[in-house]
Design a protein around this ligand. Structure first.
Ligand SMILES: Nc1ncnc2c1ncn2[C@@H]1O[C@H](COP(=O)(O)OP(=O)(O)OP(=O)(O)O)[C@@H](O)[C@H]1O
Ligand SMILES: [Mg+2]
Length: 425
C-alpha cells in the first residue's frame, strides 16, 4: 500500500491537488490549475476530439483564434438536474465526464510526482452544492462518479471550509474558536470550529464543529453582475425595434445568457446566430447589436470574461478601474469605481452574504466577540467590500488569511486521518 494520499479541491474557478505523505503527515507537493477545458474545433468529421486543461486551455483558445468550445465554472453544472449531457463535436459528455477531465489532469500530475498510481483521495465539497437536498446529492454523486472515472477507488468527501480549518489549525499555538470563511468562485462557505494544536491527528472531530453553512454566491456572480451592469449595454441591451405600432425591446434573454457560464458552456451557437441575425436586421443593423452578433460568431465569451475578471481583481487594489474590451471590431471601455462596484453592481449579493453570515452566527449561538480568529480563504476573500464588512463585523486583528488558493486542498489531504485507517495505508 502506498504511503501517499491526495486531497483534491475541485473548485469552480481553480482546482488543486495536495499530496500527503502519511508516514510523516506532511504535504510534499501541491499542484493547482484553473478549472477550464478547451476543445479545439475538429479539422474534419473523422478527426478525433482533443482537449486542453487550465492555462493550456487558454493558450490553445487564443492560438486557435477562439474557434472551439471553451468551458468554465463546470462545478456549477453538478447540481443541475436538467443537464443530462452535451455534445461537443463528435462526442457526448455527461457532467461527470467533463469533471473527470480536470480530475484526471490533476491525478496524472500528482501520480508522476510520486511515481505511483494513487487511488485514495479526500475530495472537497462545498457546504451547499444546492439548497435543494436532492440536487445537492446529485452533485456529490456526480463528483463521485467523476472521481471513479478518473481512476480513484477509495474516495472520501470533506466539507471545503472544514478542510481550510485544518490547514489553519497547523499554524496555531493555543486553542481557538475560529470562523472559517471560504469565499470562492461559486460559493461562500462558513464553518465555526474549535481548533486546537493538540488535536491535529484526532480521527473524529465532530464535536469540535460548532456550525457550518454556505450560500450559493461567489466571485462568478460578481463577474456576471459586472457584465450585466457594464458590458451588456455595449452588446445592445435595451435597444428597441418597431413591431407594427408597438415598440419592443430586444430579448433580455440574450443578455442573461452572455452573463452566465452555465448557459455559455452549452451554447448552440448556430441556432443562436440565426436568432441574432433576425434581431440585427430588426434593430436596423445597430452597431451595438452587431457587437453581440460578433461576440457569438467569434466565440469571444471567455475573452470578455477575462477582462471582466481583470477589472474585478484590479478593484481589490484600486478605487477606479477600466473595464475594456477590444476584439474583432468590438471596442468599448467602461470606468468602474469601487463605490459603484460595492453598491449598484454587487450590493445585493454582498447584502445576501452578510445577512447569511449574521444569521449563521446567530443560529450557531456564537457572537462575533466570542470568535478568536476569522480565517478567510478563497480568491473572493480579496474583494474589498467583503473585507470591509468582515472588518466591520469582527475586529481587524482577528482576521487572518493564508494561501487563498491551496488552503482547502492541503486541509483535504490532512483530513485523511478522519477517513482512512492507518492500516489501509
Ligand atoms: N485579487 C482578487 N480580487 C478579487 N477576486 C479575486 C482575486 N483573485 C481571485 N479572485 C476571484 O476568486 C474566485 C476564485 O477563488 P477560488 O479559487 O477560491 O474559488 P474556487 O475554489 O474555484 O471556487 P469554489 O470554492 O466556490 O468552488 C474567482 O471568482 C476569482 O475571480
Ligand atoms: Mg474553493
Amino acid at each position: 500500500m502506498s504511503r501517499y494520499i491526495y486531497g483534491i479541491d475541485f473548485g469552480t474557478t481553480n482546482s488543486a491537488i495536495s499530496i500527503i505523505d502519511t508516514s510523516s503527515n506532511k504535504i510534499v507537493k501541491t499542484y493547482s490549475e484553473s478549472s477550464l477545458i478547451f476543445f479545439p474545433q475538429l479539422k474534419n468529421s473523422r478527426s478525433s476530439l482533443s482537449y486542453f486543461v487550465g492555462k493550456q486551455a487558454i493558450e490553445k483558445y487564443v492560438e486557435n483564434n477562439m474557434q472551439g468550445r471553451f468551458m468554465k465554472s463546470l462545478k456549477r453544472v453538478l447540481p443541475r438536474s436538467g443537464f443530462k449531457e452535451t455534445r461537443v463535436y463528435n462526442r457526448k459528455f455527461k457532467a461527470e465526464d467533463l469533471v473527470c477531465i480536470i480530475l484526471k489532469y490533476l491525478k496524472e500530475k500528482a501520480d508522476s510526482f510520486v511515481g505511483e498510481d494513487i487511488q485514495k483521495a479526500v475530495f472537497g465539497r462545498p457546504v451547499v452544492f444546492d439548497e435543494d437536498p436532492e440536487k445537492d446529492q446529485l452533485a456529490q454523486n456526480r463528483l463521485l462518479k467523476a472521481a471513479k472515472l478518473a481512476g480513484f477507488e477509495q474516495i472520501a468527501f470533506q466539507m471545503e471550509p472544514i478542510a481550510a480549518a485544518f490547514t489553519y489549525e497547523r499554524l496555531i499555538s493555543r486553542d481557538e474558536t475560529v470562523l472559517v470563511a471560504d469565499l470562492g468562485g461559486g460559493t461562500s462557505d462558513f464553518t465555526l470550529m474549535k481548533l486546537s494544536p493538540s488535536k491535529l491527528k484526532r480521527p473524529d472531530r465532530k464535536e469540535d464543529i460548532i456550525g457550518q453553512g454556505g450560500i450559493y454566491i461567489g466571485g462568478d456572480n460578481f463577474d456576471s453582475s459586472i457584465m450585466w451592469n457594464k458590458g451588456t449595454y455595449h452588446f445592445g441591451r435595451g435597444l428597441t425595434y418597431k413591431d407594427f405600432e408597438t415598440t419592443v425591446e430586444v430579448p433580455r434573454s440574450f443578455y442573461h445568457n452572455i452573463c452566465s457560464w452555465e448557459k455559455m458552456n452549452f451554447f448552440d451557437s448556430l441556432k443562436l446566430q440565426n436568432a441574432l441575425d433576425k434581431f440585427y436586421f430588426l434593430t436596423d443593423k445597430n452597431p451595438r447589436f452587431k457587437n453581440l452578433v460578433d461576440l457569438i460568431r467569434n466565440n469571444l465569451g471567455y475573452a470578455v470574461f477575462q477582462q471582466v475578471e481583470k477589472a474585478k481583481v484590479n478593484l481589490s487594489e484600486r478605487e477606479n478601474v477600466n473595464f475594456e474590451f477590444t476584439h474583432n471590431g468590438i471596442e468599448f471601455e467602461e470606468p468602474i469605481s469601487i463605490e459603484e462596484f460595492s453598491t449598484e453592481i454587487i450590493g445585493e449579493d454582498l447584502n445576501k452574504i452578510r445577512s447569511y453570515l449574521l444569521d449563521f452566527l446567530q443560529k450557531s449561538g456564537v457572537s462575533p466577540e466570542a470568535i478568536d480568529t476569522v480565517f478567510m480563504t478563497g480568491g473572493t476573500s480579496m474583494v474589498k467590500p467583503i473585507r470591509d464588512f468582515m472588518i466591520q463585523l469582527f475586529e481587524e486583528k482577528a482576521i487572518k488569511s493564508g494561501d487563498n488558493f491551496n488552503s482547502v486542498a492541503n486541509g483535504l489531504a490532512y483530513s485523511h486521518v478522519l477517513f482512512f485507517n492507518e492500516k489501509d495505508t
